[in-house]
Design a protein around this ligand. Structure first.
Ligand code: DHB
Ligand code: FE
Length: 286
């Protein structure tokens, strides 16, 4: 049986990719952010995930304003990265797990999530930056299932809908017959706005509330509308939808193991969180 071991959620700012390429991790600007990954590396080394389900948002590499699925699930053997315009080095490809993807797709559709099925899918910085942060300078030891959530073209799915999408993925993973250790990843956020008169907008107080609630009371965040969220967190702060789906996929008793919050990285309030998922099955077996 597959086991959901926990989750890592992190910011995916492209400038991080440039800092890695230029080896700037220890510069005073970057150190407080990159230090946050020491804990993540230890956790990954201990937990040894086989697969990662990654909730992220595509930034115009696969989908543009002309065609934008609300939810899209990758079912490819391999996911290639391309430079979608930030000028950061193109990374290695990530390996897929089509059998796991199809299991999730079948379960999601049976559960009335009308997702878009992508047997070909490119991955942008919202996948490759978190992967490179988690496994720096080595090959990526997990197979991935990328799930893209529209955070770009309004109307966006609600926070409640994304939490439910995650829960559906969590239930599907728990019914997967293969012995796999699966981690969940949520990327993007926290508060940031890249353009318009509020470019550079950050809301530390509200970010802290989100970090306080995401582990043990994500439901309390579902009362905010998308418009509230844009007002409170900036136009791109809606990437928190990926965090809601990530949290929904943790089906057991969830504990926050680690949190790092640092302002700013580029225009973004940077956050990294590690959540443990003590699954029902593991508790019964213990
Ligand atoms: C930045 C943040 C993002 O989430 C993104 O996708 C691109 C840029 C930034 O803060 O520069
Ligand atoms: Fe982004």
């Amino acid at each position: 049986m597959a086991r959901i071991i926990g989750a890592v959620a992190t910011t995916h700012v492209p400038a991080i990719g440039k800092a890695i390429a230029q080896n700037n991790q220890n510069d005073p600007y970057w150190k407080p952010f990159f230090k946050g990954f020491d804990y993540v590396h230890g956790w990954l080394a201990r937990e040894k995930p086989d697969a990662a389900v990654i909730f992220y948002n595509d930034h115009g590499l696969n989908f543009f304003l002309d065609k934008l699925p609300t939810f899209a699930v990758g079912a490819a053997q391999e996911y290639r990265n391309e430079d979608e315009g930030w000028g950061i080095p193109v990374t290695r490809s990530a390996l897929g797990d089509p059998a796991l993807s199809w299991h999730l797709i079948n379960s999601l559709v049976a559960d009335e999530f009308d997702i878009t099925i992508c047997q070909e899918m490119l991955i942008d910085h919202a996948v490759t930056i978190p992967m490179t942060l988690m496994w720096p300078g080595e090959s990526w030891p997990v197979k991935i299932v990328p799930i893209a959530i529209n955070t770009v073209q309004h109307p966006l799915p609600s926070l409640a809908r994304c939490l439910r999408l995650g829960r559906s993925v969590g239930r599907a993973l728990e019914s997967y017959q293969q012995d796999l250790r699966v981690m969940i990843v949520g990327t993007g956020g926290l508060s940031h706005q890249l353009d318009g008169t509020r470019a550079g907008f950050i809301n530390k107080e509200f970010d802290q509330l989100c970090l306080d609630k995401i582990a043990n009371d994500p439901e309390s965040l579902t009362g905010y509308s998308i418009h509230d969220w844009v007002e409170l967190t900036g136009a791109q702060g809606v990437e928190f939808l990926n965090w809601m789906a990530m949290r929904g996929a943790l089906t057991g008793r969830v504990t926050e193991l680690y949190r790092n919050y640092h302002i700013p990285i580029s225009n973004t309030a940077a956050a990294t969180v590690v959540l443990d998922n003590d699954s029902e099955e593991a508790r019964v077996a213990a």
